[in-house]
Design a protein around this ligand. Sequence first.
Ligand code: GLN
Length: 536
Amino acid sequence: MAKYIFITGGVISSLGKGITSASIGKILESRALRVSLMKFDPYINVDPGTMNPYQHGEVYVTEDGAETDLDLGHYERFTHAQTTKFNNVTTGQIYNAVISKERRGDYLGKTIQVIPHITAEIKARIKKVAEVSRAQIVLAEIGGTVGDIESLPFLEAARQLGLELGKDNVLYVHVTLVPFIKCAEEIKTKPTQHSVGTLREIGIQPDVLICRTEKALSNEIKEKISLFCNVQKEAVIEARDVASIYQIPLVFKEQVLDEIILSHFKLISRSSQLKEWEKDVVTKALNPKYKVCIALVGKYTTLQDAYKSIYEALVHAGIANDARVEVKKIDSEDIEKQGAQKVLAGVGGVLVPGGFGYRGIEGKIKAIKYAREKKIPFLGLCLGMQCAAIEFARNVCALKEANSTEFKPQTKYPVISLLAEQKKIKNLGGTMRLGVYPCKIKKKTLAARIYSKALIHERHRHRYEFNNKYKKYFEKKGMIFSGIYPKRNLVEIIELKEHPYFIAVQFHPEFKSKPDLCHPLFREFIRAALQLCKQF
Ligand code: GLN
């Protein structure tokens, strides 16, 4: 039978519950335990797929095509556990399921209530993850902050599961803030006491406290927190701000959190193996030899979370190339106003990420033209590939009005368009080409050199495709179609001859990059950018 760890958050949001969960997953995995990580999101949307990135941050896509919370990206980057549609559950999904059952008559005339029906559905989802993943330990992160109205049913379900399965099988971790008040020069434990107090009112006594803090926690402070919160002193874990998120598993390991969890569960396992992580990830991330600046030309550049997996993949590419990758976040509308030369001068590479809608597109196209003409390494992702095709059509193939039908439905040259069968689709939620698809790589191309493989599998999230009507003409003008989804003959990768690194893909490689195994498209992109910098 699986054991369960619930991770809750207190005092404020943005304490890094996702990274904490992923790091706990990592230290348990390093002791040869099979883990699975899941996230409960208390909002009523069925999934984040239709939400504005400014509201929600990046939508992370799983292999099986679920549109999920970005914390699942942390889970996959830190551990080997693969997430699926079962690993992200929202209030919307829970109510959807319960109401469908009620309509079918499954409840045999009963009054349907939050307790026990909604909580039963939540517990069933946790057990489902254990069953599907066959994990020994399931870590369930509960979104929001303790005290919020909407996360109450999830906390109640977590409490019930503890009662049902017994103390040896369930552990509660609470992530909390221990602020340092500058004018008083003091660390304050009261917010943590209150937040744990709220949890205890609900019936949950945390077993472990992860204390987010700027300063070291003294022995006395730990003792105080332990006494007031009724948590063993050694289970009061200090989580100080660190330079790299990939240090956190090591921080936990140092405070023997893995041992604390194992002894709570009465589990015995081999000793921890984190040496490689320390050597190949953390040490390299902290001590790079080179530096390179990459321009990310997007639309949601003021929000740190909107391109989360891309930023992380660039960190991984830095680790792989012994370099610090500095990201210059550029709002593509600034390029529309000021011109590419002014905004992009001096950067080592240009990356155009995915996105939706017309705003900012012309600026992205200008940035791509600049990278193509000045021979600056370019990586286009999803919408970035579509923009590269439009740029090529307009400026190389002289199809001046070329566009995507997403932006201009009646365009004269629809180089990016919907497939005929997609035109009938009315619903916006979950109706894109989603999840993993195979892609065949053409021999003797840049893509073949990057991947060293003939067949790859990458994750998708888009509706529009390259229009094959223009393929021959583009080829004649120097574009190479180096990756194809064979079953439906869809273009997956485009590249250019006579350019050091110009490659764009219809999929999202950023979702599969890991700190200890950088995605090759990012690794080679940074390698090319570094080479360009060395020439300066
Ligand atoms: N808007 C484009 C499409 O739907 C690209 C999507 C994306 O970049 N994820 O095809």
